[in-house]
Every structure is written in structure tokens, then in C-alpha cells.
Design a protein around this ligand. Structure first.
Ligand code: PEP
Ligand code: MN
Length: 347
């Protein structure tokens, strides 16, 4: 529908589609009011809809992907995160998120947040609810962890992203953070995808470790279908046979996803490789192949980390990497997002 289409015009088109046995779903994606229907109708119906008042255009999208498809929306979507939209994914700037795997304590978060601000990250990560493979591993601080993360948001001015593992927690996680992370182990938790979609918060959707690109995009489709167009995809490695790396980072999936969808795509070089010495090279490769940003594990006391310490960069290593990243990002026609003006880096 046109941006200024009226409710009556929308209702008229809905009625027309329903009259022809279609079941339209209405939502607002990137300022465009959209009606998506299952089934194709007839060419006559498409023409009748196109001529109806308030309609901008009719788009026929082949395949299962609809809202996520580049056919539907050819231009790159920019996902803005933070109360003042401080961080943007999918624009000309390359955005780097950094922080610990898990929120552990106030002292840990103060130290790590200072280190990632000093390195030039534009967003802070940290898990409060951790989806652990073993029930005996540290499960995260839960609500207390969320509060510690929110405190860092106030202190540093950085927007924060944190994982949500169950639909019932979406509301409180959305309240205390700027972006909801859905992890690899939950990529096809459809109730969670729907709840995250309904929350209205931007969503960072990690690729399932055994998911095809199509399954990954259809998971994003679930979020968008609920009226939430702010989805950032994250390639975090898929399961291969080589135990030398934690997972196999599939950078071809980044370029392919960028071709198939208008959504931003970022890369997690930490969880995919599992080794700090591979994080640098894979970060540069990700920037080169068209990724819109990175999410990197950083810890200032990795030896005592409660989760994934073995793959974390130190603060100094992170700063060095950011320096090496700049010319690579510029070589592919982008710029590294500058640190937010109000973040601690400027103090
Ligand atoms: C994480 O980012 O802390 C995490 C658990 O990632 P993934 O879901 O990719 O394993
Ligand atoms: Mn982790």
C-alpha cells in the first residue's frame, strides 16, 4: 500500500482478496504497509488489486520466502538499534558488536565494557540466559544478569544485545535490552520466533548449526510475518566433521544470503572458530565477502570466564583487530561505524 493509504483502502483490498479465497496478513515493514497472501490468485485478481485505491504495487514472489526476499524489497534494509538508533546494520557502515559470552558479575562487565568501548565497538553483547549444551554448565545469571547488562547500557551509552531462550522471557528481555538474540539452538523454535516478532524489538537471528540457508531465511520470515522487519541475520558456523575448529564458518552463506534477502547479515567469528587466533583472519574475510558487521567475544579475564573463555579476545587483541579491520572495510567500499559520541570512549 502507499505510505498514506487509508484504513478504508486497506480494508477494501483485504475484502477483495478474501472474496477470492485468499487469507491476507497485514503488517508494516520498513514503513510500507504490506499484505501478504498464501496462494497466488489469478492474473485478473492481481490486476484488480493493483488498480484499487491506495495500492502501490503487487509483487509476485516465487518460492517460500516472501517478506525476506530481495524480490519483494530490492534495496538493503537498515536495522536501527538503540533508543536513539545509534547503531545501524545494513547501511554503508560496518558495525561491530563485542562483549563476553556470558554476563558474570558487575566487576567483569565493567572491565569488559570498558575494553570494548576502547576498541571502538558500537554495541555490547552478553548472555544472561544461556542455552547450554550440558545442564551442568553455567546457565547464566538470568534476571540478575539482565540488570547488570542494562547497567552497562546506562554507563557506556552502548546499545546491548542479549539472548532470549524462551517465549515467556521475551517481554522482560525486550524491556532491558535493545536487541533480542535468538541462538543457533533455537533458530527453529517457532513460538520463540513469533514472540520475538511480536515484541517489536530488533532481532539478531543466528543460523542454526545444521540449518540450510533457506531454513535460516524462513526463520527470519517468522519474525517478519509478525510485523517486525528489524531482523539481522548472523552466520555463526555450521557443523562439519573437523574438530580442529569449533564449527565450520560458512562465508559463502553470507554472500548468498545477501543475494537472496535485503536483511543485514553479520558474522560471529568467535563461536564459529572457537579459537582467538582464527577470530582476526575470519573477521577480515567476513568484511571482505560483504558482511554488514561482526559479533565478537571479548573477555578481560578469559582464564576464569564461566563460559567460552577459550575463544575470547583480550581487550588489546580486540583493539588491534579493529585497527586491522578498518582498511579492509574501506577496501570494499564501507566505513567502520565510528564509536558513539556519548560512549565512554569519548570521555
Ligand atoms: C552466544 O552468542 O553466546 C551463543 C550461544 O551463540 P550460538 O547460539 O551461535 O551458539
Ligand atoms: Mn558463547
Amino acid at each position: 500500500m502507499r505510505p498514506r493509504a487509508t484504513r478504508e483502502q486497506l480494508d477494501f483490498v483485504v475484502g477483495l482478496l478474501q472474496h477470492h479465497g485468499l487469507a491476507p496478513v497485514s503488517s508494516t515493514i520498513a514503513d510500507i504497509m504490506t499484505l501478504i497472501t498464501e496462494g497466488s490468485g489469478t492474473p485478473d485478481l492481481a490486476a484488480a488489486v493493483e488498480k484499487s485505491p491506495g495500492v502501490d504495487r503487487v509483487v509476485v514472489v516465487p518460492g517460500a520466502q516472501r517478506l525476506t526476499s530481495r524480490v519483494f524489497r530490492p534495496e538493503d534494509t537498515r536495522v536501527k538499534v538503540g533508543s536513539g538508533a545509534e547503531t545501524v546494520f545494513g547501511g554503508p557502515e560496518f558495525a561491530v558488536i563485542a562483549g563476553p559470552c556470558a554476563v558474570e558479575s558487575m566487576a567483569q562487565m565493567n572491565a569488559v565494557a570498558d575494553a570494548v568501548v576502547a576498541g571502538g565497538a558500537v554495541m555490547l553483547r552478553g548472555g544472561a540466559f544461556k542455552p547450554r549444551t550440558s545442564p551442568y554448565s553455567f546457565q547464566g545469571l538470568g534476571l540478575a544478569g539482565l540488570a547488570l547488562l542494562a547497567e552497562q547500557r546506562r554507563r557506556t551509552g552502548l546499545p546491548v544485545v542479549t539472548e532470549v531462550v524462551t517465549p515467556g522471557d521475551v517481554e522482560c528481555v525486550a524491556e532491558e535490552s535493545d536487541m533480542l538474540q535468538i541462538g543457533t539452538r533455537n533458530m527453529q523454535n517457532f513460538d520463540l520466533l513469533r514472540a520475538a516478532g511480536a515484541s517489536g524489538r530488533p532481532v539478531l537471528l543466528k543460523r542454526g548449526m545444521a540449518a540450510t540457508i533457506e531454513e535460516w531465511l524462513l526463520a527470519a520470515e517468522y519474525v517478519m510475518h509478525m510485523g517486525n522487519g528489524d531482523v539481522v541475520l548472523c552466520e555463526r558456523g555450521i557443523r562439519g566433521y573437523d574438530r580442529g575448529t569449533r564449527f565450520t564458518l560458512d562465508l559463502s552463506a553470507v554472500a548468498e544470503a545477501k543475494r537472496l534477502t535485503h536483511l543485514p547479515v553479520i558474522v560471529d567469528p568467535s563461536h564459529s572458530t572457537g579459537h582467538p587466533h582464527l577470530v582476526g583472519p575470519m573477521s577480515l574475510a567476513a568484511a571482505s565477502c560483504g558482511a554488514d558487521g561482526l559479533i565478537i567475544d571479548v573477555h578481560t579475564d578469559a582464564r576464569n570466564a564461566l563460559c567460552d573463555g577459550a575463544q575470547a579476545l583480550t581487550g588489546d587483541e580486540f583493539s588491534t583487530l579493529m585497527g586491522r579491520l578498518k582498511p579492509v572495510v574501506e577496501a570494499v567500499g564501507r566505513t567502520l561505524s565510528p564509536p558513539h559520541s556519548h560512549s565512554l570512549a569519548q570521555v
